[in-house]
Design a protein around this ligand. Structure first.
Ligand SMILES: *Cc1c(COP(=O)(O)O)cnc(C)c1O
Length: 364
């Protein structure tokens, strides 16, 4: 058998006619930026996330950047981020001139450990970016409690968690504002780059929109040194179609993940755990294994593809050499980087494919 790590084909086959009709609609209308599709998508996605506002933007990284700018975060400020996340979370902070300050995750959920946050708060700390990693929300209540105590903003990085919930509330509605990515491989992805921010704060929504549109509140009138980061009509139209299917596609990811949780029985493997407060949307099914290289090669020899998320912690990346961290500075993030492996997981995975993956894993 040949099992890819992920594939779009079963999803995209289901909606091909609608996607083609969307292309024709936008093409014939000849209106490509800041039009009806984006406006409608923003309404629909805000409703999906149970927030007042959604503002489309160029990608997830820029969504985070726009929010940090909207909260007036910049040079001299510090922003707290988990030490285990995709590098974009930290890069958005660096773009503003502020400094990312890392906090270790909980090994169980892979998300930021709220108990470790207060230790790194200084006079310069302005915000916490809570990443809902791999499809599961961070433990938001204690994070919001700390933020309130120190007057900090809480920004959700919801790039991996479209539709996830915490205590019944949607990712994207839990902090002061949130950023989403619609990179094709995310649970809700367009056919290129795309992103958005969500918030209940009209001022932040307006500022983020203006900063993403050359800092302009009205045409040729610029109140911020903005950038160009917008969600175009084609991508917004494609996303509207995929948003209607998202929950059904997510249920299938949840069903497959539940089979993995129930049926993978191998003492060498640590399975992911779901906090009782959360509904997990399984962007990724992350396991931990000590002999990762052997295991990955074994699976590959048997036709099963896996991916590592992520092989090198951010504080050890060359790009962040300037922060001066040494190996061992964030042992939990480093341990995850050494041991994490993501199993195949995609809508349309066939029963015999799931059976085969489980069987091969149990045999290792
Ligand atoms: C993908 C991702 C981003 C960045 O999104 P892009 O659209 O690729 O810029 C940010 N944070 C996390 C956690 C991500 O997974």
């Amino acid at each position: 058998m040949n099992i890819p790590f992920s594939t779009f084909t079963p999803m995209h086959n289901e909606i091909k006619a609608d996607m083609q009709a969307c292309f024709e609609r936008v093409y014939d209308k000849s209106w490509f930026i800041d039009g009806e599709e984006c406006c409608q998508f923003e309404k629909e996605f805000a409703e999906y996330c149970e927030t007042e506002y959604c503002v489309g933007c160029g990608n997830g990284l820029e969504g985070l950047y726009l929010l940090l700018r909207a909260f007036d975060i910049g040079e001299g400020d510090e922003v707290i981020v988990p030490s285990n996340t995709f590098i974009a979370t930290a890069l958005a902070i660096s773009y503003t001139g502020a400094t990312p300050v890392f906090v270790e995750p909980e090994l169980k959920t892979y998300n930021i450990n709220p108990d470790e946050i207060e230790k790194v708060i200084t006079k310069q700390t302005k915000a916490i970016i809570a990443v809902h990693l791999y499809g599961q929300c961070a433990d938001m209540d204690p994070i919001l409690g700390i933020a309130k105590k120190y007057d900090l903003k809480v920004i959700e990085d919801a790039a991996q968690s479209h539709g996830a919930t915490y205590k019944g509330k949607k990712a994207g509605s839990l902090g002061h504002a949130a950023a989403f990515s619609f990179y094709p491989g995310k649970n809700l992805g367009c056919l290129g780059d795309g992103g958005c921010i969500t918030t209940n704060d009209p001022e932040i929504a307006g500022k983020a929109r203006a900063i993403g549109n050359y800092g302009s509140d009205q045409k040729y009138h610029h109140i911020y040194k903005g950038i160009n980061s917008r969600l175009d009509e084609l991508q917004a139209g494609f996303l509207r179609i995929k948003l209607q299917e998202l929950d059904r596609w997510t249920k299938e990811r949840q069903r497959i993940s539940q089979r993995y949780l129930n049926e993978i029985k191998n003492s060498k493997i640590t399975l992911p755990s779901v906090d009782d407060k959360n509904i997990h949307v399984w962007h990724i099914f992350p396991i931990l294994i000590e002999k990762r290289e052997d295991f990955k090669n074994y699976l590959q020899e048997n036709g099963i593809r896996t991916v590592i998320h992520y092989p090198l912690a951010i504080h050890l990346q060359e790009a962040y050499e300037d922060l001066g961290y040494k190996k061992g500075a964030y042992p939990i993030a480093e341990k995850i980087a050494r041991r994490e492996l993501s199993l195949p997981l995609y809508y349309g995975m066939e029963e015999d494919e799931i059976d085969y993956v489980i069987e091969m894993i149990n045999r290792f």
